[in-house]
Design a binder for this molecule. Structure first.
Ligand code: NAD
Length: 276
């Protein structure tokens, strides 16, 4: 297996390009999934306060034979805790649950524009970065106007924006906006929550390369310079989803997948109108 790639962040750090997603994974299952992932070679886990499994993730990392400095841990601030002071308090709680002294990446989970607190929240993130307790700071589900507001007001750009992105929802305009601002794009629901696995174009490309549909989709994210966090709790799939460094898609494959982008491809909430 070729070595796993890392993507540079604008703050001088770097992030493993493939991580394990753990949404909808209870604490006890997170322990075994994280342990299986580290054993398979993953060095990056993506959790969030609202997933209610930070404890399990921390336990899984301690159970696995990996030193803290070799693994990249991301967690996210939930919307109800936005605001300067509330953010600092919620961050402390996340560290406690994870059982770590710092996180590698802290994300604002949603801009929640109806709350109008993401700017104050970002100011608290800048402080956490200065204190070294969040090694890098970023956002999730931000649109270009939200990015420009926090950058304009604080002079600090998020290192990445984690957004819904898969072959049926390719986010070309937002990816372009990220590139212009030096922000890395990270794909959530990279397999479309499993729905894109059945696509006949993906199946044909998988057969051509003697790979699985999941591997082809994850490879598509890698070939597009995206950071990708597929979720599975099944050991065999965890291994399969990480065995993606020994092949590449060709131009014809990439052109065919580019055509799967659909106007109605979004699965999750729209960040502009979500009211949670
Ligand atoms: P996903 O696109 O990763 O799909 C996961 C599902 O695909 C699994 O539950 C399983 O049913 C199937 N699957 C996975 N590997 C497979 C394989 N090899 N073969 C067959 N089926 C397979 O879905 P997701 O969990 O929604 O997204 C991944 C991660 O992104 C989450 O766990 C979470 O960490 C993150 N996320 C973030 C946000 C956000 O708002 N920031 C929102 C959703 C998800």
């Amino acid at each position: 297996m070729s070595e796993q790639p890392y993507i540079p962040l604008h703050d001088g750090r770097s992030i493993p390009q493939v991580g394990l997603g753990v949404w909808q994974t209870p604490d006890d299952v997170a322990v075994s999934a994280v342990q299986a992932a580290v054993e398979a070679g993953y060095r990056h886990v993506d959790t969030a306060a609202v997933y209610e499994n930070e404890r399990g993730v921390g336990e899984g990392l301690r159970a696995a034979d990996v030193s803290r400095g070799d693994v990249f841990v991301t967690t996210k601030l939930w919307n109800a805790n936005q605001g300067y002071d509330a953010t600092l308090a919620a961050f402390d709680e996340s560290l406690k649950r994870l059982g770590v002294e710092y996180v590698d990446l802290y994300l604002i989970h949603w801009p929640a524009p109806h709350r109008n607190l993401y700017l104050d929240t970002w100011r608290a993130f800048v402080r956490l970065k200065e204190e070294g307790r969040a090694k890098s700071i970023g956002v999730s589900n931000f649109e270009a106007e939200h990015l420009d507001r926090i950058i304009g007001e604080t002079g600090v750009a998020p290192v990445l924006n984690q957004i819904e992105l898969h072959p049926r929802f390719q986010q070309k305009a937002l990816r372009e906006a990220h590139a212009e601002r030096g922000i890395v794009t990270q794909s959530w629901s990279p397999l479309g929550q499993g729905t894109v696995l059945q696509d006949p174009v993906i199946a044909a490309i998988a057969a051509k390369h003697d790979r699985t549909p999941a591997q082809v989709i994850i490879r598509w994210h890698l070939d597009n310079n995206l950071v990708v966090i597929p979720k599975s709790v099944t050991p065999g799939r965890i291994v399969e989803n990480f065995d993606v460094f020994g092949f590449r898609l060709d131009e014809d494959d990439l052109n065919r997948i580019a055509k799967l982008d659909a106007a109605d491809g979004r699965i999750g909430p729209n960040p502009m109108t979500a009211t949670f």
